[in-house]
Design a binder for this molecule. Structure first.
Ligand code: ZN
Length: 340
């Protein structure tokens, strides 16, 4: 069972300055994987830049041109959160292309699963707009590639970043070959992601109240995500893997532990095994504290490699009070999604 990793130093070139989404995130992940000996157990997949034709599957021509011209002019600010520097366009092309390289390796059978360690992240980038640290929507480019090149008819995108993936929703709201499930905190940036936003019936938003932890997330996967997957029967699962629902991230209010992320990864791996011959691609989204981020990513690789033991140096949230009661929400979600 080979597990792939997509990584290239080109991703370090995107430099938004003093910013939570910086190169140290990837450096911390790679160091942790190297120190612990996991790095050499992985199959290394070289990313390539996405082509214009591939980007145009999910982005408007004017959006692509805008990002390129801003970078060519020396960089600058797109919105309050989203900044580009001289090497950002190249990094963004390779981030989108990295998701495609991971899809190719999994679809070609070189590896059974893969994790694209890319930046800038992607899930807030809409068809026409960069926002929320994201320039191009890497997972969407990967999903479109799977549908175009491999003629897949059913691609499931799971998004466990603490923020709603408004960009992915925008891009695929009318695409019946995609089911998108986002489990995110609400209220929180970017403000979208209510359960009523159903696209063409293929969007499944699971907005959770603050303070949800490992137990609440496990329930969501066991009682809702699995039913949607069972009904859809995906041929490939892509994951927008954001680790900012870890309790140590102070700009959100979730309480997942590293072990909790491992539990989620186990469930997703089981779904891939059940429905699509294990074909599974993770693509890095958020997660801004280097230590928890590196620990969570390592835990996902441990799960993919089949290692039983998960190292959680940080443990559970020290200040967590009582967890919220999500039972009424789960009932409403099941009704809304036609699962009951
Ligand atoms: Zn996020």
């Amino acid at each position: 069972m080979k597990v792939g990793v997509v990584y290239d130093p080109v991703y370090l070139g995107h430099d938004p300055g003093e910013h939570p989404e910086n190169r140290h995130r990837l450096e911390a992940i790679v160091s942790r994987l190297q120190e612990t000996g996991l790095w050499e157990k992985l199959t290394h997949i070289a990313p390539r830049p996405a082509t214009m034709e591939e980007l145009r599957r999910v982005h408007s021509e004017s959006h692509i041109r805008y990002v390129r011209e801003l970078v060519e002019s020396g960089g600058g600010q797109i919105d309050a959160d989203t900044v580009v520097s001289a090497l950002s366009y190249e990094a963004a092309l390779y981030a989108a292309g990295g998701a495609e390289s991971a899809v190719e390796a999994v679809m070609g059978g070189e590896v059974s699963s893969a994790f694209a360690l890319v930046r800038p992240p992607g899930h807030h980038a809409t068809r026409k707009q960069a926002m929320g640290f994201c320039l191009f929507n890497n997972v969407a480019v990967g999903a479109a590639h799977a549908m175009d090149k491999y003629k897949l008819q059913r691609v499931l995108i799971l998004d466990f970043d603490v923020h709603h993936g408004n960009g992915t929703q925008d891009i695929f709201a009318d695409e019946p070959r995609v089911n998108y499930i986002s489990v995110h905190q609400s209220p929180l940036y970017p403000g979208s992601g209510s359960m009523e936003e159903r696209g063409a019936g293929n969007m499944f938003n699971i907005p959770l109240p603050p303070d949800c932890g490992d137990g609440e997330y496990a329930r969501v996967y066991d009682e809702i995500v699995i039913l949607i997957a069972r009904r859809f029967k995906p041929q490939l699962i892509l994951v927008s893997a954001g680790f900012d629902a870890h309790w140590a991230y102070e700009l959100a209010s979730m309480c997942l532990s590293i072990n909790g992320y491992a539990q989620i990864a186990r469930r997703i791996k089981a779904l891939a095994g059940q429905f699509c011959k294990g074909r599974l691609v993770f693509s890095l989204e958020g997660g801004y504290n280097p230590a928890p981020l590196a620990g969570c990513v390592k835990a996902v690789f441990d799960v993919l490699l089949g290692n039983e033991r998960i190292e959680d140096r940080l443990g559970f949230c020290p200040s967590r009070e009582s967890p919220p009661d999500i039972v009424p929400l789960m009932v409403r979600l099941k009704e809304s999604f036609g699962l009951s």
